[in-house]
Design a protein around this ligand. Structure first.
Ligand code: ZN
Length: 445
C-alpha cells in the first residue's frame, strides 16, 4: 500500500503538488547500533546543529536495555521485532513508550533505535513554546481558561468531526495536539502482518487506559485489525529525525474530516512533535473544521482518485456541484498550473517574457486563486512571479512579490526555520540582483 497517497494536507502540500515530483525520503537502511554514538552526532540529526540542543542520547534496543538495565527516559523497556528476511538489509523496529508525555497524554513510538534517540529531547515539555503549551486545547494548558473553539460532534454521513463553537478568525490556531502513536512507515513494508499487529497492539496497550479507549473510538475504514485500521484511517504524515516519514495518530486532530475546499490546514514541528490546526479563512459558528486529505489544486478526477485510498466519495460543495460548475473549476485549476509552468520557464532562464506579460499573468493567477479558494498556493506562485520579474530586471516588482511571498511563508510555516530555507534563498537572490543593479548604476555615473 502506498501510504504517501494517504498523507493528509500539511501546508507544504501546495509546494509538493506544484513541484511536480514528490521527493520521497528513502527508508533509513540498516543502521548499526553503536552504543557510543550520541544521537546528536548522527548525520543530519535534528538534534545537532539545526536546533542547538545538546543532549547526548544513545540508541537503545532490547538487547542493550537488558544488558545495561537502563532505558531512560523511556518508561517501559524497549520491545524489538525482526524484519522479514530479504536480500536488502532492513532496519530493526522497536517500541518505545513514554506515559507522562505532555501531561498524562501518553506516547508510543515504533521506529528504529537511532530515530528514537533523536526524539528524546522532544519528550521534554520544556521544548514546547508557551503559545502552544498554553493553548486552551493543549493537554499541557494549566486549566482551560476559555473553552476550545470547537467540539467533537456527530456529523450526518461522516461519523464524528470538529464543529466550530464560535466564530474563528482566519489564521487563528484552532487546536494544538500531540501524537499518541507514531509508527515508522517501513513497518508496513518490511514487517509481516502478524509481527506488525503484535507490536501495534503493544504500542496501544502501553498507553494510559483512558487514551486506549479514545484511540479505539476513532473511525475505521478497512475492517482489518482494529489498531492497524484505526492508524491507517486517521493518520497524519509526519517526519522524525532525518526526514524519515512516519504515521502519526492524534487523538483530536485525527477527527478532522476532509473537504476539497478546506477551512483549515495543519503544520507539524519535528522539534516538539506538536500539530497545530490553523484556520485558512474565517469559520462561522456551527461550521465544520475541515482539512484536505489530497493536495490542493487537483481537478475533480484527480481528487476522486486520491480520495479512493481513503475509502470514501467526497460530497463537498465542490464535488457535489453540477457538472458545468465542476468543469469550470477544473478548467481554472489546469490554467493555473499552465501559468505556473510558463512563469517557471522564465524564472529558470529557459524562456523570456516582458514585464507587462508577467504582470498580466500574475493578475490572472490572483483572480483564479480567489475563484478556486486556493490562496495557500499563492506562496508558491508569488515565488515564481518574483523570480520571473528578476529575470526581466524589474526589481521593484520582484521585491513586492518576494515580500508577499515571505508574509505567506511566515503565516503557513510559523516558526519552523526548516520550512523557510527556500524563502531565504529567494531573498538572497533578490539582494544579489539589487546590489548588482546599484553597482552598474554607479558605474554609469
Ligand atoms: Zn470534494
Amino acid at each position: 500500500m502506498n501510504f504517501l497517497r494517504l498523507l493528509s494536507f500539511n501546508f507544504i502540500w501546495a509546494v509538493v503538488f506544484l513541484g511536480a515530483s514528490v521527493v520521497v525520503p528513502q527508508l533509513a537502511g540498516a543502521q548499526l547500533l553503536d552504543p557510543n554514538t550520541c544521537a546528536s552526532n548522527l548525520p543530519r540529526s535534528i538534534v545537532s546543529g539545526k536546533y542547538g540542543l545538546s543532549t547526548c542520547s544513545l540508541p537503545i534496543d532490547e538487547d542493550s536495555a537488558i544488558d545495561t538495565g537502563v532505558w531512560a527516559p523511556w518508561k517501559k523497556r524497549p520491545y524489538c521485532i525482526e524484519p522479514l528476511q530479504s536480500d536488502a538489509p532492513a532496519p530493526q523496529f522497536c517500541l518505545y513508550t513514554f506515559e507522562p508525555f505532555r501531561g498524562s497524554h501518553g506516547f508510543s513510538v515504533v521506529t528504529t533505535p537511532v530515530l528514537a534517540a533523536t526524539i528524546v529531547d522532544a519528550l521534554d515539555d520544556a521544548v514546547v513554546p508557551p503559545r502552544l503549551r498554553d493553548h486552551p486545547s493543549s493537554s499541557l494548558a494549566p486549566d482551560a481558561r476559555d473553552s476550545p473553539a470547537f467540539a467533537v460532534e456527530n456529523i450526518p454521513g461522516k461519523g464524528k468531526g470538529l464543529i466550530a463553537k464560535r466564530h474563528i478568525r482566519k489564521w487563528d490556531v484552532i487546536l494544538v495536539d500531540f501524537p499518541v502513536i507514531l509508527t515508522h512507515m517501513g513497518l508496513f513494508e518490511v514487517v509481516g502482518p502478524e509481527t506488525r499487529q503484535d507490536i501495534l497492539e503493544r504500542a496501544l496497550r502501553q498507553l494510559p487506559e483512558e487514551q486506549q479507549g479514545e484511540i479505539l473510538s476513532l473511525a475505521r475504514s478497512s475492517g482489518g485489525e482494529p489498531i492497524e485500521d484505526t492508524l491507517k484511517t486517521n493518520i497524519f504524515g509526519v517526519e522524525l529525525g532525518m526526514e524519515i516519514p512516519h504515521l502519526g495518530l492524534f487523538q483530536t486532530a485525527s477527527r478532522m474530516n476532509h473537504d476539497c475546499k478546506p477551512s483549515a490546514f495543519w503544520r507539524y514541528s519535528v522539534r516538539n512533535l506538536a500539530v497545530e490546526v490553523i484556520a485558512m479563512r474565517d469559520i462561522e459558528m456551527g461550521e465544520e473544521i475541515t482539512q484536505s486529505y489530497v493536495p490542493l489544486g487537483l481537478t475533480h478526477n484527480e481528487r476522486k482518485e486520491g480520495l479512493n485510498s481513503w475509502g470514501f466519495t467526497c460530497q463537498c460543495s465542490l464535488c457535489a456541484a453540477s457538472k458545468t460548475h465542476r468543469d469550470t473549476s477544473d478548467y481554472h485549476r489546469k490554467r493555473l498550473l499552465n501559468i505556473y509552468h510558463e512563469l517557471n520557464e522564465v524564472a529558470t532562464g529557459k524562456a523570456n517574457m516582458t514585464a507587462d506579460a508577467i504582470t498580466q499573468l500574475t493578475g490572472e493567477i490572483e483572480n483564479l486563486v480567489q475563484k478556486e479558494s486556493l490562496e495557500a498556493q499563492l506562496l508558491v506562485y508569488y515565488g515564481v512571479v518574483a523570480r520571473a520579474y528578476m529575470k526581466a530586471s524589474e526589481l521593484s516588482a520582484a521585491r513586492k512579490y518576494v515580500d508577499l511571498c515571505e508574509d505567506l511563508w511566515v503565516r503557513y510555516a510559523g516558526g519552523e526555520e526548516d520550512y523557510q530555507a527556500g524563502m531565504h534563498q529567494l531573498q538572497h537572490e533578490l539582494k544579489e540582483r539589487e546590489a548588482k543593479a546599484i553597482e552598474s548604476e554607479k558605474a554609469r555615473g
